[in-house]
Structure formats: C-alpha cells, structure tokens
Design a protein around this ligand. Sequence first.
Ligand code: PFF
Length: 512
Amino acid sequence: MGDEKIELLKPKGPAKWNKRSAFILAAIGSAVGLGNVWRFPFVCYENGGGAFLIPYLVAIVTAGIPLMILEFSLGHKMASGAPISFGKAHRKSEWVGWVMVIVGFIITVYYAVIMSWCFNYVFQAVNSLGWGDSPGEFFNQTLLQITDGPGSIGGLSWPLVIGLVLTWGAIYFAIRKGARSVGKVVLLTVPLPWLLLVVMSIRGATLEGSAAGLNYFLNPDWSALLDPGVWLSAYGQVFFSFSLAFGVMITYASYLPRKADINNNAVIISLSDAATSFLAGLTVFATLGFLAQSGHQSVGEVMTAGPGLVFAVYPTIFNQMPFWPGFFAAIFFIMLLLLGIDSAFSLVEAKAEAWITKLGLRRKPTLLVICTIAMLMGLFFATGSGLYWLDIVDNFLNKFGLILGGLFECIVLGWLYGSKKLREYANKQSEIRIGRWWDFLIKYFTPLILIVTFGLDLYRTISEGYGGYPDWAVFVGGWCVVALIFILSFLFSRIRTRKREAADLEGGEADA
Ligand code: PFF
C-alpha cells in the first residue's frame, strides 16, 4: 500500500508536527525527564556508582539508539500509535503494543506523584527553605509522613494530594490539542531546564569535597560487571530514560509528515538524553562528595539510596548556598517540574492515541477520563506507605515490564515482521544510513542480553525478594502488577478495532 493510501485511510485524528524541530523537541522532552535527574543518579548509586556507567553505555549503543530507530521507523511507516502499529506489522502482535501502553500508564501514575513532590519543594523553597536543617527528615516525616512498612498504609498526605491535582491539571492543559499544543509547550519545557541544570552543575562542582563524589561516579569498579542485576538495571534505565518500549516514540513518529528524517533524529535525541543524564550524575555526585566531607564519611555512606535521593540531597546544597538560596532552590525544583511535565504528557498522549484510534473516541473527553483515573490511582502513592510501593512497582515495571516489552518488540519487528524492511524504510527516509549491523543488534544481540540478564535476575528476585520488603508486598506490588499488565494486554488486543483502522490493519502487510 502506498503512502497516499495510508494518509487516506488514516482517520482525521491527530494533528502533525508543524516543523521538524517540534518533533525533535517533543521527543527530547519525553526522553529527558525525571528519569535523568531523579532516577539515573539513584540507580547508578545502587548499582555500584561508576561501575554502572559501562553497562549503561553498552545499553545505549546496543539497545538505546537502535531501538529508537526501530520505533521511529515503525511509527512513521504505520502512521499509528503503538498497538495498531504492532497489529499492522504482525496480525497477532497487537498485544505487544498494549503491554507498552499499560506499563506507560502505571508509570505515569507514580511519575505524577513525584512531580507532586516537586511542587511541594518549589513551595518550600519560596517559603524560606521550609525543609529546615535536615532535608532527609523533612522529606520522609513531614512531606511523605512515611509509615514503617508497606503494610501500614497510613493517611493521605494533603500537600501531596494538592500537588497531584496541580500536576494533572498542567498535563491535561498541555496535551488537550495534541501535536499542536505539545509543539508549543516544549519550546519552553525543553531548553529552560537544560540551562538550569548547567547552572546547578557548576554550583555542585565548586563545592568543597566534590572531587571525592566525582571519583565515586567516574571510577569503574569492574567487579560489578559480573552482576546480571547491574546489566538489567542498565537496560531498564536506558528504556525508561529514552522513553522506549512505552509506545511514546512510536506515537510521536506517527505524527511526522511523510517526508521526515529518521536515523539522524534518533541519534540526536538519544545523545541529548544520555548527555543530560551524565550531567545530572556529575551534579548529584559532586554534591554527595560535599556532603560526605562535611560529615566526615565516605561517599558510599552519606546517603541511604532509593527514590528519595535527589529530594534529600539537593536541599542540602541550597542550605549551604551563600546567596539567594531560596531563589536557586525554587529554580531547581521548577526545573524538575518542567523536565517531568513533557515526559508525563508524552505518556498520556501515547495512551490516549491508542484508545482514541482503537475505539474511535473523541479526544478531549478521553483525555479527561484518563487524567482523572490516573490521578485517583496516584492517591495510593500519596499515602504514608506510598514510597515503599512506588519503589517496588518502579523496580518491577522497569525490570520486568519494560525489559519484556523491549524483548517482544525485538522479536516481533526483528523476526516476524523483518528488521530488513524497517531498515530499508529508515534508510530511504534518512541522511545517514544504517547497515546490517543494525539487524544483528535488533535480532540477536539485544534480545540475547535481555533474555540472559532477565533470566538470571528473575531467578534472584524469586529466591531473594526485592529490597528487603516482605514477600507478600513484593508479590502484590511486583508480580501481580506485571501479570495484570499481560492479562489486560491480551484482553485489549481482542477488542475489535473500529472500522477504518481495521481496513488499514488488513492492508498492513502489503504495506511493506
Ligand atoms: N523518559 C522519561 C524520563 O526519563 O523521565 C520518563 C518517561 C517518559 C518514560 C515517557 C517513558 C515515557 F514514555
């Protein structure tokens, strides 16, 4: 089926990007987010500091960039969101797209909660550094009102609830008009936080003791490379950070005009994201070095790791700033918010697009329903036990949901559909061309690494549990959630697609 026919069959649906830069900015906006500044440092910290950088770089080269090209080609070629695109590539594989959409949905639920933490920190910053002398305590006791374990749910933290409502309001506002409004919002939400991050990194590097922290970050400890969990975390982090295996990049590429570059864009977007993580890592570890020195401890000892890392570390720098601490602090947390918002709305957009095309729904009401449901589900993470559950769900979704999503993606597109077809398509569109090595990565190398590390880590998680949480909590928040995702995906893929797209699905293979 020719390109014009795809256009004809495509429902009137989403607007296209009006410029190449709008697409690049929106994709960078999706990729660069809390994952770089909030998640990367603590995952790095938990996986041996500098040791983590090696698997991380390997994961970028062998999976990050190749899969970005894969998703762009698929989305652009099929001109649809993830589930329908997979359905067109291979009739029985629509469920893979649904796995991605559902994993993305759950991630948005807790992602918005972290943004709600940010809202509260902006407020405290302006309120003359309201976290006081011990930011760690403020975070755990005052803001989260943390309980002593996942079993005691505790009450709702009202400041978090208010932050959550504000976050969802902002997300809805940004995407209500699809590519058109997103294209405008990202003009602000992408460059500004970058600038702020550069300022913060300079500040971090000039603190006393920063060298010890940087050393911890940059010194590889080769022995950690023998740990499959470290590799799995690296691939999971690359998927999370590059927004891969969520359907987002597929959806965004489907909004590109027919003549658009694929390979170049994929490289630009991937490298920008990796560079941001690196810069954020430098900043956080420099600061940890400073904290260690002032407390006469080693860098490894200064902090308990985990999702709270950035929220306890950064306020400490602001407390020490000789001038305008409140100003810098507010800017920093506003930066996190801006980083997070375009990632969050890209996730919502990918889901909304999937449902809108599947069932032929109207855009605005669908968005409103999705935003409301996700907000209500987020309340669970705003309770006293929220942080524990967030940690469990985040770990399982990234390790098992995303990795499996990425693995099935490689199998369906690499083997069942044929990576050669997508490579030729990408090359036809692009300035730089990719060779057969790409097929090798998609068909053999990446799936193999994912299967091996997945298998080994699965074994370990089954035998040891996760993070010292009670078994029942890991069962409910981890295994059950992952199982539910797969069950729902199969069910969704059985719902009949509305007529026009169904006609398109019929023609999917001929499309090649
Ligand atoms: N890439 C985003 C980040 O690093 O914060 C998170 C994210 C956004 C993941 C969108 C997935 C996604 F589809």
